[in-house]
Design a protein around this ligand. Structure first.
Ligand SMILES: [Zn+2]
Length: 347
């Protein structure tokens, strides 16, 4: 892991099981990481264990097997030394150079300030969600996926035939929703601690977990869930939700033009996946989209409710899930609402 380490980092070295720390440097010598403490002239060669996560401007921790820690305030230098991919922060400085982004930032500022004065937070969040250009949304999507892949998901074990079948179901639903190839895509993951679930990221990436696929007894059940997630995509729900969650701080960041911080915040919010626990209004809206496009593709629009019931039986808990299960308005109530929507479909 530390094999590719390059350069030299300056920071502090924390001695194992003690709160003592010394100014120190870290570099690679003859294939081993070496900590040098200039004060005492001492060197240490602890075994590398793990590189801590990057959290805003918090000094990065490099952890060693013996419990000692090297802390470096220069996150970019740490990323370079460990060959981690460009941080969100560094990517942002490139966007700032693009005229499209500058135009967007001006428009978003006007929209947000106007919205803030006129309608308050929810509407401003909606405006901002719709004003966010697709390039920025795609980057948010990619960064969020990177993060949740690291923290939550594992690679899918679903067999290729099954994946292919769901992909073709998804493609038909997508067209029925009026979306094109580039607007939304379906990925498969082992859900890890998220278990049987499905989520939609801001740029239209829909993730179906193996655990949910395994609980399904009919393709219509999965199709209904996918159609529901497509509903979150077409409604830009995740972006609207995250903008609301970031609230006034977000407005201030946009107005002051501190967009790097802003986008870091968006990604860390989304990575919690809690933010994807949508409001009840968004859930109802997504159910509505699901009923509509399931009907249009000749599938049973009620089937996914059976799958949801099964997930809860399996989990044995209510209201403790993230994602599309979380704020469900009680399964029975939700089923009744779905049936009502089906009855209202044009014959
Ligand atoms: Zn949902």
């Amino acid at each position: 892991m530390a094999a590719g380490f390059e350069g030299k980092l300056e920071g502090r070295y924390f001695v194992p099981e003690s709160s003592f720390s010394h100014p120190a440097s870290l570099e690679m010598r003859d294939g081993s990481l070496v900590v040098t403490i200039p004060e005492t002239g001492q060197t240490h060669m602890p075994e590398f264990a793990e590189l801590g996560d990057r959290l805003g401007n918090v000094p990065r921790k490099i952890l060693f097997e013996d419990g000692s820690v090297f802390e470096c305030p220069d996150n970019d230098a740490v990323d370079r030394a460990f060959h981690r991919e460009l941080s969100f922060f560094s990517r942002m400085s490139r966007w700032e150079a693009s005229w499209k982004f500058i135009v967007f930032a001006c428009l978003a500022t006007v929209a947000v300030v106007f919205g803030l004065y006129r309608y308050g937070l929810p509407v401003a969040a909606n405006l901002a969600a719709w004003a966010t250009p697709s390039g920025v949304v795609a980057t948010i999507d990619r960064s969020t996926l990177d993060t949740v892949d690291r923290l939550v998901f594992k690679p899918s074990n679903l067999d290729e035939d099954e994946q292919e079948r769901y992909r073709s179901v998804f493609a038909k639903l997508r067209s029925a929703a009026g979306l094109g190839d580039g607007d939304t895509r379906l990925l498969f993951r082992d859900g890890g601690k998220l278990g049987a679930n499905a989520v939609a990221l801001p740029g239209g990436t829909v993730i179906l977990t193996d655990q949910l696929a395994q609980l399904a007894k009919h393709d219509d059940e999965i199709a209904g869930v996918l159609a529901h997630e497509i509903g979150h995509v077409t409604g830009r729900h995740s972006l609207r939700q995250v903008y609301r969650a970031l609230g006034i701080g977000f407005m201030v960041a946009v107005i002051l033009g501190d967009t790097s911080q802003l986008l870091d915040n968006i990604v860390s919010q989304l990575a919690l996946l809690d933010t994807l626990s949508y409001s009840r209004k968004f859930e109802n809206e997504a159910d509505g989209t699901s009923v509509m496009i399931m009907n249009e593709t000749g599938r049973n629009p009620l089937a996914f409710m059976d799958l949801i019931d099964r997930v809860f039986e399996e989990a044995g808990v209510e209201n403790e899930q993230s994602g599309w299960l979380s704020t469900h308005p009680g399964n029975r109530e939700r089923r009744e609402e779905v049936i009502r929507r089906i009855d209202e479909l044009p014959q």
